[in-house]
Write a protein that binds this ligand. Sequence first.
Ligand code: ADP
Ligand code: MG
Length: 238
Amino acid sequence: MAQLGIVNLRKTFGDVEVLKGINLEIADREFVCFLGPSGCGKSTLLRAIAGLEEVSSGDIVIDGRSVVDLSPADRDLAMVFQSYALYPHMNVRKNMSFGLSLRKFPKAEIEKRIAEAARILQLEPLLERKPKQLSGGQRQRVAIGRAIVRNPRIFLFDEPLSNLDAALRVNTRVELARLHKELQATMVYVTHDQVEAMTLADRVVVMSGGRIEQFGKPLELYHLPANRFVAGFIGSPK
Ligand code: ADP
Ligand code: MG
């Protein structure tokens, strides 16, 4: 059974349909990248999965159970945003613990989870700093840490590396691959960068204009593109 199923999902803003019937099944622990040009609907789809965007029709299923009517907090997932979205007045520790405190987690459990996330992301020396005392890469790690402490089965990433410079992007990409192994979680990762998608993903979803053009392993897309759009976007010689 697929862990995350998306069934004929549609989303309309005013008169404009930006998701035109998305169907998809993602397996447990899979790393799936959504790749497509700006404006094709990647963020809208991710936000719909997270519960931050109401859908017009269709279903989202996690472990066989429909979640479209559940609040974001009641879906077994955590989202990492491109803009980091850290609380500027809170230090790193507080940024990571805040969501858990709201949900009334016991203090000892919160401490344990923060220590574990800080170890995984090498944030130990930075726990008492405020976001403005951190570099872009460090802020991104805090944003990922805030997702990790929730201990979700599914992570949603919306272009998490797009604000980092090229060298740091490569480093962080390697880190994300390691993180995927260590956390044994399902990762759904949106990007417009084909190198990122092709190197990170078990499978890649190529989107354009609110539709899925192809869903397959990186090499499949490269050697057997379904159409000219995919061929052009992936950069295959065909
Ligand atoms: P991507 O993440 O692939 O760049 P988005 O999902 O952000 O694309 O946007 C898809 C389309 O939906 C775009 O044309 C965008 O302008 C439109 N859109 C996104 N959010 C809204 C909104 N809140 N209201 C109206 N149109 C929106
Ligand atoms: Mg986007």
